[in-house]
Design a protein around this ligand. Structure first.
Ligand SMILES: Nc1ncnc2c1ncn2[C@@H]1O[C@H](COP(=O)(O)OP(=O)(O)O)[C@@H](O)[C@H]1O
Ligand SMILES: [Mg+2]
Length: 332
């Protein structure tokens, strides 16, 4: 039974965090430019200030954590200056992609030999790795490695790999069926060979099968963690504007469909109407009016899911003091 939105308890960001003492994986999704990176930063700062050991990690090929923190955090988890308990880490994505390519190369070469196909492995490798989905998957794998290593109390990821998480998690059930089927038929073939005494030898090692089984296990584990509402929360960031609202509506539908836990909605860059004087330019007044209308729409669409409404600051959000300020308002 679902509770009607109107009677549902309305939790603030802090209230939500307090209601989830085991919360461990926090993500921010939304349209480009709405403030996902700065909100990941502010959330990480706020949680670290509340005493958790936090890793703020970016698996984006285009990093922005070092810029936001005014500190080089590329390549390894680096203590953030000015915030205890907080580390930040921009993953070297080039390196991961190279390693994944190498892994795939080995598998393809093995397979070509196994299947006695005379062809150049290079062509197959190019086809397998030259698409954007490959890069995306490598990033997703990166994120899983960090999650599975389990060295921090909480992880805040900059930019939810939303499309990917959705695709891979959705795929994993189908995938599990498929791998199970393959393992089963191989077992049967093996049994038959043993019965016919063709060979009493142990089965030869099969790297493709090992890879599939290992991949299935990783996906199952990822699914377990990423769909556990006590451990994981995806927050969706919007502005009081039409397009960003449309984007998060779509995300929220996908996520509900796949059973991925939604932490709530955060509204960013709201202009403080009180601070706008009567003499201000017409476009400012128009924008304030437009925002008020979209705030009503946000209320109608997401009501009890809204955890925080954050003001548009006088400058961009950069540096630890500014992140602390934003954290203060996010968790107010
Ligand atoms: N509340 C805010 N007030 C002022 N500037 C903001 C605010 N939130 C974000 N910004 C700025 O807007 C820009 C986009 O934010 P960013 O976090 O990089 O967005 P995203 O990661 O969603 O693309 C950055 O320059 C950031 O500093
Ligand atoms: Mg960003």
């Amino acid at each position: 039974m679902t509770t009607p939105a109107t009677t549902q308890e309305r939790l603030s960001m802090q209230g939500f965090i307090d209601s989830k003492p085991r919360l461990k994986f926090v993500f921010f999704g939304g349209k480009g430019g709405v403030g996902k990176t700065v909100l990941a930063g502010a959330a990480a700062v706020g949680l670290a200030q509340q005493g958790k050991r936090v890793l703020l990690a970016s698996t984006n090929p285009v990093h922005s954590l070092s810029g936001m923190l005014n500190q080089d955090v590329f390549g390894k988890p680096t203590p953030v200056e000015g915030v205890e308990n907080l580390w930040a880490y921009e993953i070297d994505t080039k390196d991961t992609i190279e390693r994944s390519k190498q892994e795939i190369r080995e598998k393809i070469e093995w397979f070509l030999k196994f299947a006695d196909i005379k062809g150049r492995a290079d062509e197959f490798i190019e086809t397998a790795t030259m698409n954007p989905a490959f890069e995306e998957s490598a990033m997703f794998e990166n994120m899983l490695d960090i999650m599975f290593r389990d060295e921090y109390e909480m992880y805040v990821f900059d930019t939810a790999p939303t499309a990917n998480a959705r695709r891979l998690l959705g795929m994993s059930s189908v995938y599990a069926l498929w791998v199970n089927k393959m393992v089963q038929s191989r077992e049967e073939a093996k049994q038959m060979r043993l019965q016919l005494s063709f060979s009493k030898k142990e089965e030869e090692k099969d790297p493709l099968m090992d890879y599939l089984i290992n991949f299935r296990q990783r996906m199952e584990r990822a699914k377990e963690l990423l769909t556990d509402p006590e451990l994981t929360a995806f927050f969706f960031v919007t502005l009081p504007e039409a397009l960003p609202i449309a984007v998060i509506r779509r995300f929220i539908n996908w996520f509900e469909e796949f059973g991925i836990p939604i932490g709530g909605v955060i509204v960013n860059m709201r202009i403080d109407a009180e601070s706008v004087s009567a003499e201000a330019d017409e476009f400012v007044h128009n924008r304030v009016k437009m925002q008020a209308e979209y705030m009503e729409e946000i209320e109608k669409l997401f009501g009890p899911m809204v955890r925080s409404v954050l003001p548009l600051y006088e400058t961009e959000v950069r540096g630890v003091p500014m992140l602390k300020r934003l954290a203060g308002q996010l968790f107010a």
